[in-house]
Ligand binder design. Structure first.
Ligand SMILES: Cc1cc2nc3c(=O)[nH]c(=O)nc-3n(C[C@H](O)[C@H](O)[C@H](O)COP(=O)(O)OP(=O)(O)OC[C@H]3O[C@@H](n4cnc5c(N)ncnc54)[C@H](O)[C@@H]3O)c2cc1C
Length: 299
């Protein structure tokens, strides 16, 4: 979800047992607290929520027990989640001076800090049900979701660890990857990674250096995410990514319309996206101009 849609009047930052992360941060997680009634209502909503049905040929594929969908855990018993990803141990809601009954933890998803993911929240609930049920979580009443949860079998590389910024295998740079296998998702994203891999390969063959596309463009933002921007925790938290505005560096968007009126809510969001898109087009044109190979000189 987009970081700026989390309600920090309710949610707070704290790592379990204030344990320091690798970067020395004792508050690497955002915690959304629930009391007993809120937790019970949440479990009931999960059990009742519309789920995606498996096709016949998928039915026998076992789940990976280490990361079961939340609705499957809820089905196993009302307390399962409270002893799983929603356990409140080691956390203190300082505003009410006690440990919450249950907690949903969010973790920063990109270096920019504009996106957060829900820890341990795999799900095959239908998208509409996800938005409705996840907004029941205190602190997420107005959450805007950049990517909803889904389950399908997908084979992809742990690219933040394995690939360099031009999609080469660090351990064997003559091998370059393209498309979905790099950890992107979707037709356009896969084609974009194919085009980038092709341009990098061509530039290398022609002996001219080609910088990765700027982070301010969709090509560059996605490439930067899969080849390093994702905060990898070494436990396989890297998941395929669609392109979305949360991957772009922030921008000072207009606060007032052409008529001088202050922009509000959705209008402001639209103005911000437009400003990001205009910046992207300008920067992409610059990158493309710089990346045209010089004509070979006379023999
Ligand atoms: C059910 C479903 C619905 C989807 N719906 C959408 C959607 O609505 N919108 C959207 O944007 N995206 C959607 N996607 C995702 C999208 O299809 C993929 O992200 C995209 O097609 C990936 O493109 P790709 O070229 O990287 O990989 P692929 O399309 O998977 O192409 C890889 C190719 O490599 C071939 N191959 C594999 N191994 C070998 C080998 N050893 N030798 C030779 N060839 C090999 C495969 O046969 C395949 O043709 C959907 C995916 C699924 C599964």
């Amino acid at each position: 979800m987009h970081a700026d849609s989390i309600n920090f009047d309710i949610a707070w930052k704290q790592s379990r047992y204030d344990k320091e992360g690798p970067g020395g941060d004792k508050a690497a997680y955002v915690n959304c607290p629930m009391d007993q009634a809120q937790y019970e209502a949440f479990i009931a909503a999960l059990n009742a929520g519309a789920k995606t049905e498996f096709k016949d040929w998928e039915k026998d594929t076992p789940y990976f027990e280490g990361c079961l969908p939340i609705e499957v855990m809820a089905e196993r018993g009302p307390e399962t989640l409270r002893f799983g990803p929603m356990k409140p141990v080691g956390l203190m809601d300082a505003r009410v001076g006690k440990r919450p009954y249950a907690v949903v933890q969010l973790r920063q998803d990109n270096k920019l800090g504009t996106l957060f993911n829900m820890v341990g929240f795999q799900t095959k609930l239908k998208y509409g049900a996800q938005e409705e049920i996840f907004r029941m979580i205190p602190g997420l009443e107005n959450a805007r979701f950049a990517r909803l949860g889904g389950i399908h079998r997908n084979t992809f590389l742990n690219s933040p660890k394995l690939l360099d910024s031009t999609l080469r295998l660090k351990a064997e740079p003559r091998v370059r990857f393209a498309g979905q296998v790099t950890g992107v998702e979707g037709y356009v994203e896969s084609a974009a990674m194919g085009m980038l891999a092709g341009r990098f390969a061509a530039a290398e063959r022609l002996g001219c250096a080609l910088e990765p596309a700027p982070h301010t463009t969709a090509f560059g933002a996605l490439l930067a995410h899969v080849t390093g921007g994702h905060l990898t925790d070494g436990k396989g938290s890297f998941q395929p990514m669609n392109v979305n505005f949360g991957l772009f560096p922030p921008i000072d968007a207009p606060t007032h319309g052409p008529d001088g009126k202050k922009l509000k809510g959705e209008e402001r969001g639209r103005a911000k996206k437009l400003a990001m898109a205009e910046r992207a087009l300008g920067d992409l044109a610059g990158w493309l101009a710089a990346s045209i190979a010089p004509a070979p000189g006379p023999p």
